[in-house]
Design a binder for this molecule. Structure first.
Ligand code: SF4
Ligand code: SF4
Ligand SMILES: [Zn+2]
Length: 278
């Protein structure tokens, strides 16, 4: 969020809260130009969130325009499908495959992350109050719950968002604790060994260890709920439409920075065609 210049008194005194007029005492308050009182900070936070959403929407609208131009120039027949409403246009980021066996040190570092997360997870799972919160915070997943619209988007993108799972695959202590609560006999050792055994022979460099050319190597049931639920802005804006008709025909365009790289078309039966083929 962009910090606003602090409001100063007319006499150049200490900066004041623009909402209640009290002095901004900490560096944090001055940086954000709002005091810590809930009555000031609450509405300010809501404003920041609304502003963030507005910016995200405007940025995505311009990205979508670029996608339309790309289709018009390279695949006008696909552009026609989206314009006539036969297919939903989804514009998402792109990553290109650069797969390799991951070094033993990287796997060892991941094991240490899991070990630390499991120590915290065990404490959470054994805490009577936290147990109930965990049970209501996560839900069991089926193996195959993806909509074809989402499959087409993520296959055309190839997993841009998985780069952020580089160190941890989003296997947070809370999620691991939920797994302990679900399966009383599961031990940390068994869970860690299982996650390590599931690391594929080759995965995407500089991305999550489970990121492969075929998608995520972890079954949905043991994949973190962050991964199971995440939708990037390009997909999120169509959430209502996808929830209503998850297998609707889609045309997906994937971009990297200023460049639009590829497009793919999927019909309602799940037949997918990437006209530039690569
Ligand atoms: S959610 Fe978005 S960024 Fe992540 S893989 Fe799917 S299309 Fe790509
Ligand atoms: S666990 Fe799977 S979905 Fe999650 S970041 Fe890694 S590859 Fe992506
Ligand atoms: Zn205030």
């Amino acid at each position: 969020m962009t910090p606003q210049p602090a409001t100063r008194t007319a006499f150049g005194g200490p900066p004041l809260c623009p909402s209640c007029g009290s002095e901004l005492t900490t560096a944090h308050e001055r940086h954000e130009n709002i005091c810590g009182a809930l009555a000031c900070r609450g509405p300010w936070l809501q404003q920041q969130i609304a502003e963030q959403k507005r910016k995200e929407k405007a940025a995505q609208a311009s990205i979508d325009d670029g996608g339309r131009e790309y289709l018009q120039q390279k695949f006008p027949e696909l552009q026609e499908k989206t314009q006539s409403g036969k297919s939903l246009l989804i514009v998402v980021p792109a990553i290109d495959y650069d797969q390799a066996p991951q070094p033993a040190e990287r796997v060892a570092a991941f094991r240490r992350v899991l070990e630390e997360a499991c120590v915290e997870a065990e404490q959470l799972a054994n805490h009577p109050l936290r147990r109930n919160r965990l049970l209501s915070g996560y839900e069991p997943r089926d193996k195959d719950c993806d909509s074809r619209a989402v499959i087409n988007a993520c296959s055309t993108c190839r997993g841009w968002c998985c780069r952020m799972g580089h160190q941890h695959a989003y296997l947070s202590p809370e999620f691991l604790a939920w797994r302990f609560v679900q399966h009383e006999s599961l031990t940390s050792e068994a869970m860690i060994d299982d996650y390590i055994d599931r690391i594929p022979e080759k995965s995407q460099n500089d991305s999550c260890l489970y990121h492969t050319e075929m998608g995520c190597a972890l079954p949905r049931e043991i994949r973190s709920s962050t991964c199971n639920d995440f939708l990037c802005p390009g997909l999120r804006q169509h959430k209502a439409s996808i929830d209503q008709d998850p297998h609707q025909p889609t045309v997906v365009v994937a971009f990297d920075g200023e460049e639009y790289l590829r497009a793919a078309d999927m019909d309602a039966a799940g037949n997918r065609n990437q006209p530039d083929g690569d």
